[in-house]
Ligand binder design. Structure first.
Ligand SMILES: [Zn+2]
Ligand SMILES: [Zn+2]
Length: 434
């Protein structure tokens, strides 16, 4: 149903915006080459979440040079550029500033050699392994396009460069620091994310849920330590933890409807120090994924209940169960998707605008919709089609996002990103009436 309506609207928009489409392709071809040095600079100088000082400074300078009114230091290193162009809607476009503690293995001539001390204290390589360098470069290109094509739109473009996406709370901090009170609250918010399996030249879209609720949970299971030869005098936290790992498996399989996506993974378990010592405690770290808020609440309640029940069954002290770093699910507004997707089809061709499946990964773009702004995050193809075909023939997987080997095919990906992003924004901001 949605698909049919989108196709019909596409024809209307195509007719209305033919002149704009021709213009944007020529502009994007030239702009990509002007943007490549910025991309390589950002790629070579990644910074961790909450530490994006130099990245934020460069983005602020670029926005300023493009003609934006710039506000820095919003919720940490967040930067906002406003382009005002008369009466009309305020439309937000967002990119993310942070990189990951990954040692790059792409072999690119401009590969990152930076290192940093990651959370936990270990020294690590640093890399834009999630493609945020491409997001930022595209974002600056969008600012330049809007500044140079003021006759094509009216309203206010709100360009938001957000810190700490990878930690799941940079958006929240910007909102808490007055993003939508000190600065205008937009009618719509758009963003794109690199896709590590989609061919360049293409974009992907979906209405409704696209990314999951993601939560971390830490459990400390307690016992009473002692000699490994005298279990009767101890309460063994390792056996208790083992029991708990198995009990946790029945939450998704027995308590949640098969029609509701949910995941509980125990990603780490640490306890004890030596063969013949029963320890005092054992620590577990879980990741939890879902879409529906009620399912999310149920998963949390059930994990807590299972942990306390296992402790009680062992006659053990109560465990500690804490939930952290929660990112709510991203829900693409259906009405907004239907307004924007036809603009993609008009400039890229219907065959290059693909419906995509949701993922169980997380994205803190959701915080903007929880603050009352309809959002649409679309995906940008970043893989050379020949590389996709070669990988398929050879039966080898392509590097995923967050992989040390992820290297987007920058020029064609950026070109499509610029065309799609600018046309998406124009579709929400009416042209100036001469
Ligand atoms: Zn990421
Ligand atoms: Zn990302």
């Amino acid at each position: 149903m949605l698909r049919c309506l989108v196709a019909v609207t596409a024809c209307v928009i195509l007719a209305a915006s033919g002149a704009r489409a021709a213009d944007v392709h020529a502009w994007a071809d030239a702009e990509v080459e002007r943007l490549i040095p910025l991309y390589e600079h950002l790629h070579q100088n990644p910074e961790l979440s909450f530490e994006e000082r130099e990245t934020a400074r460069r983005i602020a300078d670029e926005l300023q040079a493009a003609g934006c009114e710039v506000t820095t230091g919003v919720g940490g290193h967040g930067v906002v550029g406003l382009l005002k162009n008369g009466n009309g809607p305020t439309v937000m476009f967002r990119c993310d500033l942070d990189a990951l503690p990954v040692a790059e293995e792409t072999g690119l001539p401009f590969a990152s050699t930076k290192t940093a001390v990651a959370a936990g204290g270990a020294e690590s390589g640093l890399m834009h392994a999630c493609g945020h360098d491409l997001h930022m470069t595209n974002f600056i290109g969008v600012a330049r396009f809007l500044a140079a094509h003021r006759h094509d739109w009216t309203g206010t473009a709100m360009l938001v460069a957000q810190p700490a996406e990878e930690r799941g709370n940079g958006a929240q901090r910007m909102i808490e620091d007055g993003l939508f009170t000190r600065l205008p609250k937009p009618q719509f918010a758009l963003a794109l994310h690199c896709d590590s399996s989609m061919a360049t030249g293409r974009v992907g879209w979906r209405a409704g849920y696209v990314c999951a609720n993601t939560d971390s949970c830490d459990i400390v299971v307690r016992g009473r330590g002692g000699h490994g030869s005298r279990p009767e005098g101890c309460i063994d936290p390792i056996v208790q933890a083992a029991q708990l790992v198995l009990d946790l498996q029945t939450i998704v399989s027995r308590e949640i409807s098969p029609f509701e996506p949910a995941v509980i993974t125990v990603g780490s378990i640490h306890g004890g120090s030596k063969h013949n010592i029963i320890s005092d405690e054992c620590r577990l770290q879980l990741t939890i994924r879902s879409y529906d808020p009620a399912v999310r609440d149920r998963l949390h309640e059930s994990i807590r209940r299972k942990a306390f029940a296992v402790a009680e069954s062992f006659g053990a002290p109560e465990p500690t169960v804490t939930f952290d770093e929660g990112t709510p699910a991203v829900f693409n507004d259906e009405g907004l998707v239907m307004r924007v997707v036809p603009s993609f089809e008009a400039v890229l061709g219907e065959e290059n605008v693909l419906p995509v499946e949701p993922v169980m990964g997380g994205e803190d773009f959701s915080f903007y919709s929880l603050a009352g702004v309809p959002v649409f995050m679309f995906r940008l193809g970043t893989v050379n089609p020949d590389e996709i075909e070669a990988a398929r023939r050879e039966g080898r997987p392509l590097p995923t996002l967050h992989s040390a080997k992820y290297a987007p095919d920058v020029r064609p990906a950026l070109r499509t990103g610029l065309v799609a992003s600018t046309q998406a924004l124009l579709s929400l901001m009416p042209p100036r009436v001469e």
